[in-house]
Design a protein around this ligand. Structure first.
Ligand code: M6R
Length: 617
């Protein structure tokens, strides 16, 4: 949450900062601000509540002097509401110093009390201003040594933070630090960048450096220096960004979500790419790491939101192919109940951003207790993979819309590859069976494409008709259950409609009481070819809700005639193996959520109260 960008170099920085913020806006959009050291050596700052557009308009109406050193921030409010005053940057040292922050400084109240008792004053309700004022005090005590002051400041802070600072007496220098919040360096030619993630600078450079936990960075036009909090030099890890700026543009689509749903086939194909050789799964990142899977007695998948639902789907494949018991845990629940884990436990974390604080903390907790950790992640250089023993990247490309779509199908695909990899190591899946599953996986991109081509217009029309709906229910069984949960989450997240997902078998244990005449219910119907029994059970669930007046919208495989008499609407998906159906069945639900939000005139990319990357607990 919160997007951060910093620049030093020969160019005027305002437009670089603003376009970096535009690419980071998915991280938070309550307010935005920039601070620049201008050509006359003075610090100028402008910040406004609201989306970045408000700040842009403000700067257009009343331009601010420009300069070649600057920082910018887009906020998701934690301490203090989304007002102009609480927006970042925050100033200190007689307004010569500007600070921006992502995270939560947990001991801010105690620090603030000390600073108040020393006569310092505050203008905002934020924890960030405490860090700024503290840095101002340390700067004076360090006799104007910004590096020393910064080290002294961060050593006093508790909690999670990425901090960037500029001081007008140090043009050509941006200092930053990180603990439990993200920060990466972009290496340019005679210019350098800092960003919450590479999106901040990918239009200028794809050469990046990852900054580790509890490290400080100073960038100048000439170079980059990284140290620990005590000033000892550290060698940052270089990496090259694998996507270009165009990948993070809308590219003619009405929204990022529309673009990202259209990229679901590609997300699966790219996650498979380079990991299949002669029908066998070969995951280069896991080469030489067989020990991770030796003596495994349990897998625990930890994740939040959509990533957790992907984990619930993955559980079926991991148990079926690798024959290891799998639990799926919400990361924020995991570490507060003394879970039973040890060296025989593999923790598989799933995170698109790789920065979700709840997931990160759960991974750290598990590692400290001796468990092995593997991250499934979509973002290079992110913190969770760096804190894990191994990583399998999903190659879905940058996901900008707050609602996760293409990352979901990529996360399922990566888990299926992992399940086959572990299954082969453990001898629980034969080469022939694995090759059959691989063939199914390889066919998925084409089948998702078919759903997009044949069903999108129908689903959008349905969503349009249902624009005034107040509540939608989703039912699924087996692998369809997490898809029902995902369909409901997506709908509430972007269309603000009450939605619930249920295991269809649970219906008679309570939820059926919600069904009244006209209640829309989506039902995910498993193929009768895989289990006539499961199919029959779902069909009888449909009859039960239809008898009570529900408006039934069925997602069923092409040719499933048994559901037709009981369905008001049928959305078809191509035939696929039982475990592969979720990769297809989720697509109509993503399209529906987007269509309904559009029909209600809502911003599908930036829904209210949310941010893409939840970097606070
Ligand atoms: O970046 P992550 O995958 O760790 O994010 C986890 C959840 O916050 C995320 O999936 C969230 O639920 C999405 N906004 C759902 O669309």
């Amino acid at each position: 949450m919160c997007g951060i960008v910093g620049y030093v170099g020969p160019r005027q920085s305002q437009s670089i900062l603003l376009s970096g913020l535009a690419r980071l806006e998915y991280r938070g959009y309550d307010s935005a601000g920039i601070a620049v050291i201008d050509g006359d050596g003075a610090l100028d700052m402008r910040k406004r509540a609201g989306k970045l557009g408000v700040l842009r308009e403000d700067l257009k109406g009343a331009p601010m002097p420009d300069g070649t050193t600057g920082i910018g921030h887009t906020r998701w409010a934690t301490h203090g509401g989304p007002t102009d005053l609480n927006a970042h940057p925050h100033l200190a040292d007689d307004d010569k110093l500007a600070v921006i922050h992502n995270g939560i400084i947990e001991n801010f109240a105690a620090l603030k009390a000390d600073l108040l008792s020393e006569g310092y004053e505050f203008r905002s309700e934020t924890d960030t201003e405490v860090a700024a004022v503290l840095l101002g005090r340390e700067y004076r005590e360090a006799g104007g040594d910004l590096g020393a002051a910064f080290r002294a400041t961060v050593r006093q802070l508790e909690g999670a933070f990425t901090l960037l600072a500029v001081h007008q007496d140090h043009p050509g220098l941006v200092v930053g630090a990180r603990r439990n919040s993200p920060l990466v360096i972009g290496l340019g030619d005679g210019e350098n960048f800092l960003g919450s993630d590479v999106a901040a600078f990918v239009e200028h450079t794809r050469n990046a450096l990852a900054i580790g936990q509890d490290e400080i960075v100073a960038i100048t036009p000439e170079g980059v220096e990284v140290t620990d909090f005590d000033g000892n030099p550290v060698q940052p890890e270089p990496f090259e960004v694998t996507w270009d700026a165009a990948a993070a543009e809308k590219g003619g689509w009405p929204s990022f979500m529309a673009k990202e749903v259209s990229e679901e086939p590609e997300a699966v194909a790219n996650t498979l790419r380079g990991r299949i050789q002669d029908g066998a799964v070969v995951i280069p990142e896991l080469e030489g790491l067989d020990d991770l899977f030796a003596g495994l007695s349990r897998i625990v998948i930890i994740a939040c939101g959509t990533a957790a639902y992907a984990g619930q789907v993955g559980k079926y494949a991991l148990e079926q192919w690798a024959r290891v018991p799998v639990d799926v845990e919400l990361a924020h629940e995991f570490r507060y109940r003394e879970p039973v884990i040890g060296p025989d436990t593999l923790i598989v974390s799933i995170s698109q951003s790789g920065e979700t604080m709840d997931t990160l903390m759960a991974v750290k907790y598990a590692r400290e207790r001796g468990a092995k950790t593997l991250s499934i992640c979509n973002t290079q250089g992110a913190t969770i993979p760096r804190e894990s023993d191994a990583v399998v990247y999903t190659h879905a490309g940058p996901e900008v819309a707050v609602a996760s779509t293409k990352a979901f199908v990529a996360q399922i695909t990566a888990q299926y590859l992992l399940a086959l990899h572990i299954g082969r190591i453990r001898g629980t899946v034969s080469a022939v069976e694995a090759a059959e599953h691989v063939r199914e996986l390889e066919a998925i991109p084409g089948k998702i494409q078919r759903v997009l081509e044949t069903e999108q217009a129908h689903i959008e029309q349905l969503a349009h008709w249902m624009a005034d709906t107040r509540s939608v229910l989703f039912l699924g069984r087996n692998v369809g259950y997490p898809i029902a949960l995902e369909g409901a989450l997506k709908l509430k997240e972007i269309s603000y409609i009450h939605a619930e997902g249920f295991a269809a078998g649970e219906l008679k244990h309570g939820p059926i009481a919600l069904v009244e005449p006209g209640q829309p219910v989506f039902v995910l119907v498993p193929s009768p070819r895989h289990s006539a029994l499961l199919h029959a059970k779902v069909v009888s669930n449909i009859q039960e809700i239809q008898a009570r007046g529900a408006r039934v919208i069925v997602v069923a495989e092409e040719g499933d005639a048994a559901v037709l008499p009981f369905a008001d609407e049928v959305l078809h998906i191509p035939l696929a193996g039982a475990l592969f159906e979720p990769l297809l069945a989720v697509v109509p639900l993503h399209i529906f959520a987007m269509g309904l939000a559009n029909a209600r005139g809502l911003d599908v990319d930036q829904p209210r109260n949310l941010a893409k990357s939840v970097t606070v607990e």
